[in-house]
Design a binder for this molecule. Structure first.
Ligand SMILES: Nc1nc2c(c(=O)[nH]1)N[C@H]1C(S)=C(S)[C@@H](COP(=O)(O)OP(=O)(O)OC[C@H]3O[C@@H](n4cnc5c(=O)[nH]c(N)nc54)[C@H](O)[C@@H]3O)O[C@H]1N2
Ligand SMILES: Nc1nc2c(c(=O)[nH]1)N[C@H]1C(S)=C(S)[C@@H](COP(=O)(O)OP(=O)(O)OC[C@H]3O[C@@H](n4cnc5c(=O)[nH]c(N)nc54)[C@H](O)[C@@H]3O)O[C@H]1N2
Ligand code: SF4
Ligand SMILES: [Mo]
Length: 706
């Protein structure tokens, strides 16, 4: 008998934005231990319960190891059967080429999901394929998520990725709206070990104030929590600005030199008093007054908002108001406020600044952003006949059937396509429609450099993650699948294909040319990072304006006409009576959107897909804990188990997303036995942030029945 020797690997967890450093021990081809890396300068040893899922993903018997092709059995039932790589890639390339030749490139639709941002090969090599397919029908999870942040950053700071990051470790006052980092581990804010950082903030006499229709895990830890009626945050934020201007609390400091539009903003909020905001939001006027004063007078303060204020009817207005509050109180670009990062691979200097409404969707005229249409238009664009109708769909690392509003309509629309290709390791609710599924290697079988989330991190650091296991015989990485498809499509279209430079070489070149590269004392390269397996720390964020601004004149134009016009929409909207219930979402630290329910240790215990409702509402309806309640909206209806809870405010119900497994033709044994229902069967593809086209999956008006 030979005893396998134990190997130790350093790794960055790619599952969420926190980028925790891990130490993984293996024996032969088995993971035997996963724990936090205490030497990681960012995560300092922190991990959440999902870290061990890296082993579960690796070992998941349902994870696809070979391509699948969909066939129709003699009984007329569809099923997926394994085929060889050559056949699968040719099949996909033939379908792409013939669709382009018959109907043009716009007949190809593409949807990219969240894990693509966590896997560098997905980002470096999409172009190998999509340079041949410059379709208008591109979609992604961005428009069910952070689109308003990008739009506002493009308008105010000149680049969609120039996103100010809350400097929690040095702040005195933190106003947080619609975010629950204790469950999410932070978003557009790479902040591992956030619980400890919040505790440190309050221990040094600082304050965290949380605004949320649910008293979340984060609210529990906060100095203050205020309930707010879903979808009304813009009123509160504008009233904060009202008070700041009214009481002459503006203090721009150095920002005054390069900020424009203060007068326009001041007059836009002149009539938006705390009393008005209180009547709209349900938050007390005196509370709004004191938040404004505290925010403006703290030595250093942060105003930050995430999913709850982005994926709602006024997402863009909220994100704009948050930035304006930070600017007029002098808290942008200031230690302890919100600052821009200076990452080793600087995406701000290496990618498009973004663009808006250069064309619109054919069906409902929704605006593009950065050459993507809102995901809420996906089903429409498959179903609306005529020039530019989607005939072939390509999905990569996405599950829009469970993750986009009115997922049921997306599910139905996929069945109407001529052909569908999915780049995904799972046979799930979305990929079950695919004619060909191309499964990439598992995360531990490829290397990674997280170039998206270093842009969003509370410290400037760099880490490279080598593969833990060798690539299995015959398997392909995500980037290789793009390159293979790109080559094959180029050949069929008679055009030149793109050279194949592996992702680590792309990143290496960018690191060497970057701010800590060849020209600096750090001499950063992949080679250099390999000898620092826990990463290199370049230190805390530093003020960098106006140089860092990407606006043409290096100034910040606060008075964005589209946004100021939206204030009028808000005012007339908020005068209408808000009757009925509003649905909001909920994340649990052991979930990750729709795709990690197939791992037993993450789903064990009490069922999490429950409907929270305030006990007074439950009593008013005459209902009881445990019964099933039907939730109905314009889009559809679902039924979920009722759980009375004072966590949510009256008039609000909460259900997590990402459930609704167990559909025919899927292959996820564990997930299917914890199926739950999909809250996106009642979220509405027509309920949007009208300004940006971002989905409003929070604050959805619904009716309830027993
Ligand atoms: N109601 C409601 N809806 C929401 C949200 C909400 O809060 N409420 N949140 C929204 C948000 S923020 C997001 S980001 C979206 C997420 O929605 P999507 O971006 O569509 O992602 P998921 O549903 O998580 O599906 C991820 C898919 O990627 C696959 N995958 C995982 N790793 C890899 C990999 O390395 N390579 C490849 N090729 N595939 C991989 C998985 O198998 C799965 O099929 O959902 C949104 N939808
Ligand atoms: N465990 C886990 N971690 C994750 C994910 C996951 O699915 N599970 N997903 C990852 C992804 S893709 C993302 S984008 C991030 C999201 O990260 P966060 O935004 O921090 O996470 P959420 O839990 O969606 O927080 C949104 C909060 O907004 C509140 N809310 C809803 N409506 C409103 C409203 O109208 N106003 C206000 N003020 N609040 C409202 C909700 O009650 C909720 O507490 O998390 C990431 N991390
Ligand atoms: S918080 Fe959890 S899922 Fe996110 S990076 Fe850290 S260990 Fe991974
Ligand atoms: Mo997200």
């Amino acid at each position: 008998m030979t005893i396998a020797s134990t190997q130790t690997h350093h790794r960055v967890c790619h599952l969420c934005e926190a980028m925790c450093g891990l130490i993984i021990k293996t024996e032969a081809d088995k993971v035997i231990d996963i724990r936090g890396d205490k030497d990681d300068p960012l995560s300092r040893g922190h991990v959440c319960p999902k870290a061990v899922a890296l082993q579960d993903i690796q070992e998941d018997p349902d994870r696809l190891r070979k391509p699948l092709m969909r066939i129709r059995s003699e009984a007329g039932v569809y099923e997926h059967v394994e085929i060889e790589w050559e056949e699968a890639l040719d099949l996909a390339a033939d379908a792409l080429a013939s669709t382009i030749q018959k109907h043009g490139v716009d007949a190809i639709g593409a949807y990219f999901g969240n894990p693509s941002a966590h896997n560098y090969g997905m980002m470096t090599h999409q172009r190998n394929l999509f340079r041949h397919i410059r379709t208008r029908n591109r979609f992604s999870a961005t428009s069910v998520d952070q689109l308003p942040h990008h739009l506002v950053s493009m308008w105010l700071y000149g680049h969609m990725l120039l996103l100010p990051i809350p400097d929690i470790d040095r702040t005195d006052y933190f106003l947080m709206l619609g975010a629950n980092p204790l469950a999410s581990n932070g978003s557009i804010w790479t902040v591992p070990d956030v619980r400890k950082r919040i505790k440190d903030l309050t221990a040094r006499g600082g304050k965290l104030v949380v605004i949320d229709p649910r008293r979340t895990e984060t609210a529990e830890l906060a100095s203050d929590h205020h309930f707010i009626r879903p979808g009304t945050d813009a009123a509160l934020l504008l009233a904060l600005l009202h008070v700041i201007f009214r009481d002459k609390l503006t203090a721009l400091g150095a920002l005054a030199e390069f900020t424009d539009g203060l007068e326009e903003v001041q007059s836009a909020v002149a009539s938006l008093t705390p009393e008005w905001a209180a009547s709209v939001t349900g938050t007390e006027a005196s509370g709004i007054e004191s938040i404004a004063r505290d925010m403006a007078t703290a030595k250093a303060a942060i105003c930050y908002g995430r999913m709850g204020v982005s994926t709602q009817a006024y997402g863009t207005l909220c994100q704009w108001a948050i930035q304006v509050i930070n600017v007029v109180t002098g808290n942008l670009d200031k230690p302890g406020g919100s600052l821009f990062t200076r990452p080793a691979m600087d995406q701000v200097l290496n990618s498009s600044r973004g663009g808006f409404a250069r064309f619109t969707s054919r069906g409902r005229g929704l605006p593009e952003f950065n050459y993507e249409l809102p995901a809420a238009a996906l089903a429409d664009e498959i179903r609306t006949p005529g020039e530019g109708q989607i005939k072939l769909m390509f999905t990569g690392a996405g599950n829009p059937v469970l993750s986009t509003p009115n997922g049921r309509a997306v599910d139905d629309a996929f069945e109407e396509l001529d052909f569908m290709i999915s780049l995904d390791p799972a046979l799930n609710e979305t990929t079950r429609h695919a004619d060909v599924i191309l499964p990439p290697t598992s995360p531990l079988e490829h290397d990674n450099y997280d170039f998206a989330f270093h842009n969003l991190a509370i410290r400037n650091t760099a880490r490279y993650t080598p593969a833990v296991f060798d690539k299995p015989e015959g398997a392909l990485h995500d980037w290789e699948i793009f390159a293979e498809l790109g080559d094959r499509l180029a050949e069929r279209l008679g055009v030149e294909s793109m050279p194949r430079v592996p992702p680590h070489k792309v990143v290496d070149a960018a690191l060497q040319a970057g701010p800590y590269g060849k020209e600096s004392e750090w001499n950063l390269s992949i080679e250099n990072l390999k000898s620092h397996p826990s990463g290199i720390d370049f230190g805390p964020l530093k003020p960098s304006c106006p140089e860092r601004l990407q606006t043409h004149d290096k100034r910040i134009p606060l008075a964005i006409p589209e946004v100021l016009a939206d204030i009028e929409r808000l005012q007339s909207d908020m005068n209408e009576d808000v009757a009925g219930y509003r649905l909001i979402g909920r994340r649990n630290v052991r979930d990750n959107n729709s795709w990690m329910h197939n791992h037993r240790r993450l789903v064990k215990g009490k069922d999490r897909c429950q409907l929270l409702m305030h006990p007074d509402d439950v009593a008013k309806e005459g209902w009881n804990e445990g019964m099933h309640v039907t939730i109905t909206s314009r889009a559809g209806s679902i039924s979920a188990e009722l759980m009375p809870s004072t966590e949510v405010m009256p008039g609000v119900i909460s259900l997590p997303h990402g459930y609704g497994h167990g559909l025919d033709g899927t292959r996820s044994k564990v997930a299917n036995s914890h199926a739950g229902v999909s809250c996106n069967d009642v979220t509405d593809d027509q309920f949007l942030d009208q300004l940006s086209g971002n989905a409003a999956v929070n604050g959805v008006p619904v009716q309830l029945s027993a």
